[in-house]
Design a protein around this ligand. Structure first.
Ligand SMILES: Cc1cc2nc3c(=O)[nH]c(=O)nc-3n(C[C@H](O)[C@H](O)[C@H](O)COP(=O)(O)OP(=O)(O)OC[C@H]3O[C@@H](n4cnc5c(N)ncnc54)[C@H](O)[C@@H]3O)c2cc1C
Length: 525
């Protein structure tokens, strides 16, 4: 049979069960999926995009794709910038899972929520509002658009112990469940590790082991008390050594470090969003009195004082009451003031008001943005801070020539240090950017000129930075095709993942090329 006949047959089989509105084949719309928020060589648009609403539809699509060995790529919110979903193989199908978005169950007694993988984190948070509960780990800032399935597949800094079970459609079209959810009698996803942790195998897999369709997440009660603190340091090293000193304390729920550029940038880009959001939701949000108080405080202080700030640290603590959260903050304060000075805690409060936002995917004036991150053991924080700054100092004149701005976002826990430099440069925006902007900015930013030479310069710089991180012993979330995972890992680990890929997708049709190109055994050259 010719290729065209094959494709026609595929479409007619799909049309038998999928709503025609969920089948996209217009060239312009297909182009949208050829790149994520950054830019990668060798990508191509899919031949067709399918937007299933139900698990059964996905099983049927994969069975047909398996029969004709067509590559299937998976897209959630599309907020990747490491080439985690765009096709690198011709004649592919894109499964866009934004319509797979039902909240199935909130089991307050057994403490879990079951959601479709295409639900956004915002949807999940809203569903839990009346239960006064939250998921175990901080959802991505991009959660207004990014999906639960996307985060599980990319991984998040700090890992995801609160994921209790996953329902996955494998490359054959068969479905499996993980953890206690896979039990034959009374399968309930209340417990993650029934025997070895099969749930963990599908976290951070870039979707190559199958399509996540449903996900069960553990719930915790929200604590009533909170306290906020912001501190200023004269250098990245001073900030990093404070992070080491704070790392033994587990009561911090948000811990963000910003360089001088990001301190000002976030104040400008994020703050207006937060205040508008509070004012917009004034009638429907019951926590509004507290939020209004915070908004007044923000408006009162303004952000001018941040113009003079250097390297800043923004902390939130939680406790049974505001008093106990304040008590925890007093420990933070004592440590932070050894090397730094205190600032009004406007940014961490604004972050709370904002909830989710993707506006930071561009600079204030619509500059293109991309982040590159590495995770290191916490005791390496200061060394990493020094090496990364040396790297940028050695590239400064080239960056000046291309008018490229760089910045640092930093994060830490009791055991890791995350260093995330960001690049900003002037360049044409893609439809994926324009689509996600509010109308005044969408109009204002829509006619920028293409700046290919600077984009390529940033691409090269980003690759050099990745090498530096890996030479320093980094690990990464969001591997996609960007981070070099296979070479960085012990061969025995790669063999295990290859074996798993062979079991879950022996024809290699699901997200081929992703997770740094882990393939099934029969396809490994
Ligand atoms: C402004 C901004 C802020 C951000 N903040 C954070 C943050 O705070 N923390 C953080 O960790 N990241 C953050 N990110 C990065 C990104 O948003 C996250 O990695 C997010 O989890 C991606 O989710 P998504 O739904 O957009 O996934 P996509 O980009 O659509 O896909 C990501 C990967 O998951 C796979 N995938 C998606 N859905 C499924 C599924 N159902 N089954 C199998 N595979 C699937 C895709 O094939 C791809 O490999 C941010 C990004 C931006 C632009």
């Amino acid at each position: 049979m010719t290729d065209t006949k094959n494709k026609d047959l595929f479409v007619s089989e799909i049309k038998a069960f999928l709503d025609p509105a969920d089948i996209i084949s217009e060239t312009e719309k297909l182009e949208y999926y050829a790149n994520d928020l950054f830019y990668f060589d060798g990508n191509m648009p899919p031949t067709i995009v399918l937007k299933p609403k139900k698990h059964k539809e996905i099983e049927a699509i994969i069975k047909i794709a398996n029969g004709c060995q067509r590559p299937v790529y998976i897209c959630g919110g599309g907020m990747s910038y490491t080439n985690a979903y765009s096709p690198t193989k011709p004649d592919s199908i894109m499964l866009d899972l934004k319509n797979l978005n039902t909240i199935h169950e909130i089991n307050a007694q057994n403490r879990y929520i079951v959601v479709d993988a295409g639900c956004t984190w915002k949807q999940v948070a809203e569903a839990l509002l009346t239960h006064n509960m939250a998921v175990e780990f901080p959802a991505p800032l991009s959660g207004s658009h990014s999906t639960v399935g996307g985060a599980l597949s990319q991984g998040v800094p700090g890992e995801m112990q609160g994921v209790l079970g996953i329902e996955v459609v494998m490359g054959s079209g068969q479905t499996l469940k993980t953890g206690a959810w896979a039990a034959k009698v009374n399968p309930q996803p209340f417990y993650r590790s029934y025997g070895p942790d099969t749930t963990g195998l599908f976290i951070g897999d870039n979707g190559i082991f199958g399509i996540k369709t449903k996900i069960a997440l553990h719930l915790k009660k929200k604590l009533k008390g909170s306290a906020y603190g912001s501190f200023d340091f004269h250098s990245y090293e001073a900030l990093a050594s404070t992070m080491i000193a704070l790392s033994p304390y587990d009561f911090m729920v948000r811990r963000t470090g910003l360089d001088p550029y990001e301190t000002r940038n976030i104040a400008k880009v994020g703050l207006a969003d937060s205040i508008n959001l509070v004012l917009k939701n004034i009638k429907i949000d019951e926590s509004i009195p507290k939020k209004l108080k915070t908004t007044k405080e923000i408006l009162h202080h303004g952000v001018k004082f941040l113009e003079k700030a250097n390297w800043t640290l923004h902390i939130k603590t939680e406790g049974l009451s505001d008093t106990s959260a304040e008590e925890a903050m007093s420990i933070v304060r004592k440590i932070a003031l050894t090397n730094g000075s205190e600032l009004p805690a406007i940014l961490p409060k604004a972050r709370d008001l904002m909830g989710f936002s993707i506006r930071k995917f561009l600079g204030k004036e619509g500059e293109r943005w991309v982040a590159t991150s590495g995770l290191f053991p916490i005791d390496q924080s200061v060394t990493v801070a020094t090496c990364v700054q040396e790297f940028f100092a050695s590239r400064q004149s080239d960056m000046d020539q291309h008018n490229v701005q760089h910045s640092y976002i930093t994060n830490f826990s009791s055991y890791y240090f995350l260093c995330e430099p960001c690049f900003y440069w002037n360049d044409k925006l893609e439809p994926i950017h324009i689509e996600h902007l509010q109308s005044p900015e969408a109009k204002k930013f829509s006619n920028f000129n293409e700046n290919k030479s600077t984009r390529l310069f940033v691409k090269g710089l980003r690759e050099e930075l990745r090498r530096l991180f890996q030479d320093l012993g980094s690990v990464h979330v969001q591997i996609g095709t960007f981070y070099k995972f296979q070479n960085a890992m012990d061969p025995a680990s790669i063999e295990l993942l290859t074996a798993l890929k062979t079991i879950t997708d022996n024809k290699g049709i699901i997200n081929p090329g992703k997770l740094d190109n882990i393939k099934p055994k029969n396809l490994v050259k």
